[in-house]
Design a protein around this ligand. Sequence first.
Ligand SMILES: [Fe+2]
Length: 174
Amino acid sequence: MAIFSEEFNNLNDLFIHEIETLYDAEKRLTDSLPKMAEAAHDSQLKSGFQTHLGQTEEHVRRLENIFAQLGYEPKRETSEAMKGIISEGEDVASAKGNDAVRDAALITAGQKAEHYEIASYGSARTHARHLGFNDIAQTLQKTLDEEGDTDKKLTDLAERGINISAPQGEPTHA
Ligand SMILES: [Fe+2]
């Protein structure tokens, strides 16, 4: 259901919506990360995607625990944003051409996903605090920290050379 057809009468309604949307986003990532790992040429980038798959599976379990703590059944609310980010990433993953350039593009795609999650977990954590769900806020913070670490690792990989080894080329116009 799209966000505008929902009813938000209080912060709790919004918080549940945020958790349901994150649940969908994380589930989509567990399907997509193996494809990103498969497409990565650089061994550190490949293992980075694989490591983050394991973390993402844990993020899904944490969200399921949060649903249980709140007395809700886990429910997926389509994350249109993550759907789009993943679709862009999978286009990149299947692109032909230079391996180092594709790796540079895979890093970009991964960072777009991380930044979406960082914004979403940060907001959900703050709302959990306002609602007095302190344990849940801590759990969300833990995931938020891991998303931040992954983002930094991707930046390091980009700066350590994957992008540098990509041929620069000249701007061309269609
Ligand atoms: Fe995650």
